[in-house]
Design a protein around this ligand. Structure first.
Ligand code: UT7
Length: 383
């Protein structure tokens, strides 16, 4: 049985459309200056009307699988952390499983607010170490823009859309996800939520008129919670692994507000060079923010083999969580043969075709069953 879960692939996707603070000035009573000084955000990416959360997740997931050199058919589990799913059900992870053609994978969503990716990483790691699965895709994906009230300046300027993904693989080599520390306090559930559209307050004309299908937040309270929980959670996860703050090369916090990030860094005694930040370009992409940031940190060469990295998040629930990684050298893969490259190009068109054929089969099967039933009734009557 493998003792460790290593990150062997990573990917991200940001929709093309960029929405600047200047454009928001025309939508709501805000200013570029207010947004920049209070949050550090300069712009965010917004999904095209046809782009869904699963579509973003698939793009990030495909990249992660490519880096890992892994066929989707070898995935055994897909977890999508999201608070902006395609539907209440089925799980967004199931659409992702279908689009990737990951026909041997179990798939489910995980909702832990902006801490979702860290929660999902911990679940995946435990399942790998328990021997249940060897290759797992963990995705954080959000289309927050569909759930924002574009008349509410206190929320619409903060969030953005995007997706980040990692492939976790079982290994006996020490390293990978070394420890996680998670927490929740449901008494703070009303601090950040979408009030209507669930079983507590089903959709009706009144909820629509009151704009209760959009994100509502007590920003000041969430801010206070964040600045205290990020350092606490970081210390907790290091304590679990018997490491000190000095052992950490890079801290990747949930990207919600540059002031929150700087406050956490200050309280931990981290200089800016040891804290990753990209909130200025993407805003708060909720459960996608940590995997997007991790992916960029790798791409920018800020992560080296042997480094200890802490991912730390907080969000709706209220929830929080930190994951301690020891980065490992991803083994150099042999260059794929031309035949393999051709096969790889066919994977996703084949997944699409397979999905279409399965739908068609289900329809034909239903028609066939109805015909057989009708025939049996006619024979029964004739007798
Ligand atoms: O992933 C977790 C999700 N959420 C967060 O992480 C958010 C955490 N909270 C925050 O980041 C900050 O609390 C905010 C950025 C949301 C707000 O910053 P703040 O410094 O806490 O501002 P505030 O809520 O104390 O509001 C200050 C003023 C208010 O006006 P009054 O009441 O003092 O007259 C707001 O109405 O700023 C006003 N305001 C705005 N003004 C211009 C609020 N939003 C805006 C806006 N533009 N977009």
């Amino acid at each position: 049985m493998a003792r460790y879960a290593h990150i062997v692939g990573w990917g991200k996707y940001l929709p093309e459309r960029v929405l600047t603070n200047g454009e928001l000035e025309k939508l709501v009573n805000t200013s570029d200056d207010w947004i920049q000084t209070r949050t550090g955000i300069l712009q965010r990416h917004i999904a095209d009307p046809k782009e869904t959360t699963s579509a973003l997740a698939v793009k990030a997931g495909r990249q992660a699988l490519q880096v890992a050199g892994l066929s989707p058919r070898r995935l055994e589990l897909i977890i999508v952390a999201t608070i902006s799913p395609d539907h209440i059900f089925p799980a967004t992870a199931c659409w992702v499983q279908d689009a990737l053609g990951a026909s041997h994978a179990v798939a489910f969503d995980l909702n832990a607010g902006c801490s979702g990716f860290v929660y999902a990483l911990d679940v995946a790691r435990h399942l790998i170490v328990a021997g249940a699965y060897k290759n797992v895709l963990v995705v954080g994906a959000e289309v927050m823009s569909r759930f924002l009230d574009w008349e509410d300046r206190s929320t619409c300027v903060l969030f953005g859309d995007g997706a980040g993904a990692v492939v976790l693989a079982a290994s006996n080599a020490p390293g990978g996800v070394l420890a996680c520390s998670l927490g929740a306090d449901g008494s703070g559930g009303n601090m950040l939520l979408i009030p209507a559209g669930g079983s507590r307050l089903p959709a009706n004309e009144e909820t629509l008129a009151r704009r209760q299908h959009f994100v509502k937040m007590n920003g000041r309270e969430v801010y206070r919670f964040a600045t205290h929980i990020l350092p606490r959670s970081t210390r907790e996860v290091l304590g679990k692994a018997g490491l000190e703050l000095e052992d950490v090369e890079l801290l990747i916090p949930h990207q919600a507000n540059q002031r929150i990030t700087l406050s956490a860094a200050k309280s931990l005694g981290f200089g800016e060079e040891r804290v990753f930040s990209n909130v200025s370009r993407y805003g708060n992409t909720s459960a996608a923010s940590i995997p997007i940031a991790l992916c960029e940190a790798i791409e920018e060469g800020k992560v080296k083999p042997g480094d200890h990295i802490v991912l730390v998040g907080f969000g709706a629930g209220l929830t929080w969580g930190a994951a301690l990684l020891q980065w490992s050298e991803v083994p150099l893969r042999a260059k794929p043969s031309p035949a393999r490259r051709t096969l790889a190009r066919l994977i996703y068109p084949w997944a699409n075709l397979r999905s279409g054929l399965l739908r068609l089969y289900r329809r034909l099967d239903a028609i066939w069953c109805a015909l057989v039933k009708r025939l049996a009734q006619l024979i029964g009557k004739a007798r």
